[in-house]
Ligand binder design. Structure first.
Ligand code: OOB
Length: 542
């Protein structure tokens, strides 16, 4: 089993401690402190459940005891695929307390992705909810176990059938849990996957807690804050920017919405007095539309955060007049760096920029393709190094060689420019992924699946602008013989056991891909050329 670690060079670690970013805090210590300070205060609300801080800790400790009773050992990896229900929190705090390492999968992930996460992380257990949104995760678990026999335990929230019921986990007062070291990896987050399959992102207690503690500060969270988690809880944005961990850190309250729809969320905002929430741009647009005619009282909402993909200024402008709250743009990445517009920034900064980094020690570089700094204000490739940005992916030397410079800067793949006041404006991206409503899709991964179709000779997947999604995926396909129907290709992609958002939105058959005079073209150039031609065609029609 490959050990999980995240090593910051000693001189950087010392600097981050001396500056007070890394305070030696850990998840188990933090949740115990809050539970001791205000045991009876409500911490988590979801469905019909309302748990106090005391109950949350009690349930997490029972979960920790249960996981260890299965024979799991500190350092073991556990794939977690739980929708937005309170048990998400008791399960992951339980894993932290037992020093087990959650690997966060999204509810949308299917067999292909889960098997990849399980293998890549050497996971030995899988925690799921029985069902969600009409999908039976126990059926998925059966397939996962058949493919990855190293998954020795499946733990189920709800009706467990042949698996282990989460509800059977009980506290064991004789157990003493050793605290993790703050520099230990607390969990593995999933990367957006710009090249090929998702990579695993090891985050330490120290670095991650700093990121949401400082975020909570920037976002003005305190014990009166009520954070609505409408996006999938496993995603970095609602988790830590400042997200539900930031809200719990501040002693506030977390409301979990089973769906990000305006209808479900507006009812919760009114009922629970939600003060802050985070959305991806397409959802923000739907909320703006729905708010104009809602009967719900949304007046408690102070801050609407929007991030994960570019929020266009024309839409951003409407947030304050329509929702009556402050917009905060959030430009972050699971690998680390998170930028925020500040709540008291002038309106033009809030509307037109994606904000600035959390930390004075976030070292941001904006470089041209040759690696030289661009003139101030010009667009360039964003690289970053800092107290909560990883230095390496888990178990992936190839990706590490590509994604990090020799001196430890992470190549984000984003193209940005910086305004004179130091705010970043995202211009686009150097890497080939599709940012479909905040869901990142690797072109390479999808091409690989398309090539498995017997009638596909070659395929190139590109992003094309979409009014609602921001970007949608378009697959250019050279058929082997007579082109099949686009619907047949989509149906085939649905049999590949992938998250549904990865099925190409659009399919275009072409007879050949352009090649250069030499007859060779990189996939990157090919995608760029196809995209350009497609856009020209669109302009022609307009
Ligand atoms: C967030 O994290 P990831 O890991 O799913 O995706 C990161 C990528 C960034 O590199 C960038 O390409 C894009 O998503 N992105 C944005 C953006 N926020 C993220 N592009 C334009 N404008 C924005 N505001 O998406 C994430 C993590 C933490 C907080 C917020 C978002």
């Amino acid at each position: 089993m490959i050990p999980v670690h995240q090593d910051f060079p000693v001189e950087f670690a010392e600097r981050y401690r001396a500056a007070g970013y890394w305070r030696g805090e850990t998840f188990p210590a933090f949740i115990r402190e809050r539970a001791a300070a205000f045991p009876d205060r409500v911490a988590v609300i979801g469905g019909e459940q309302r748990w106090t801080y005391g109950e949350l800790l009690g349930r997490a400790e029972a979960a920790a005891a249960g996981f260890l009773a299965l024979g799991l050992k500190p350092g073991d990896r556990v794939v977690v695929q739980i929708p937005n229900i309170p048990e998400f929190l008791s399960a992951v705090f339980g894993l932290f307390i037992a020093r087990l390492i959650p690997v966060y999968a999204l509810p949308a992930h299917r067999l292909t992705e889960i098997v990849h996460f399980a293998r890549k992380s050497d996971a030995c257990a899988y925690v799921i909810a029985a069902g969600h949104d009409g999908f039976d995760y126990r059926a998925l678990a059966r397939e996962v176990v058949a493919e990855v026999p190293d998954i020795r335990h499946v733990v189920v929230i709800g009706d467990a059938q042949e698996f282990t019921p989460f509800a059977s986990f009980a506290a064991d007062p004789s157990l003493e849990f050793a605290l993790p070291s703050p520099s230990e990896v607390a969990f593995l987050q999933i990367s957006g996957g710009s090249t090929g399959l998702s990579k695993l992102i090891p985050r330490t207690h120290d670095d991650y807690i700093y990121s949401f503690r400082a975020s909570a500060d920037i976002c003005g969270l305190d014990e009166t804050s009520v954070y609505l988690c409408a996006l999938p809880a496993a995603h970095n944005f609602p988790m830590s920017s400042p997200g539900y961990f930031g809200a719990l850190y501040a002693g506030g309250r977390v409301v979990l919405s089973p769906s990000p729809s305006a209808e479900a969320s507006f009812a919760l905002i009114e009922r629970e007095g939600v003060t802050i929430t985070g959305l991806v741009p397409p959802l923000a647009l739907l909320w703006l539309q729905a708010a104009a005619r809602t009967k719900h009282d949304l007046s408690s909402l102070q801050v609407l955060q929007v991030g994960g993909a570019k929020f266009m200024p024309e839409s951003a402008k409407r947030v304050r007049p329509v929702l009556g709250c402050t917009l905060q743009q959030v430009f972050g990445m699971a690998e680390g760096l998170v930028n925020y517009t500040r709540l008291d920034d002038p309106e033009d900064v809030i509307v037109e920029t994606q904000g600035r980094p959390i930390s004075p020690d976030d070292e941001v570089l904006i470089l041209d393709d040759a690696g030289n700094p661009v003139p101030e204000g010009e667009p360039g490739n964003l690289l970053v190094r800092g107290p909560y940005t990883i230095r390496a992916y888990h178990n992936d030397p190839g990706a590490n060689a590509r994604s990090f410079t020799a001196d430890g800067f992470y190549r984000t793949g984003d193209v940005v420019k910086r305004t004179p006041e130091g705010n970043l404006v995202v211009q686009g991206r150097a890497t080939d992924h599709i940012n479909r409503a905040g869901e990142k899709i690797s072109a390479e991964e999808i091409e690989d699946h398309l090539l498995a179709h017997p009638d596909v000779f070659d395929a190139a997947v590109v992003s094309v602008p979409d009014e609602f999604l921001g970007e949608r995926s378009c697959a250019f396909i050279i058929a082997q013989g007579e082109p099949p129907k686009a619907s047949a290709i989509k149906a085939f992609m649905r049999t590949r056991n992938l998250a549904d958002f990865k099925v190409p939105d659009q399919i275009v058959f072409v007879s050949a891909f352009q090649t250069t005079a030499v007859g060779k073209i990189s996939r990157k150039e090919l995608r760029a050329a196809l995209r350009e031609k497609f856009l020209e065609g669109q302009r022609g029609k307009a």
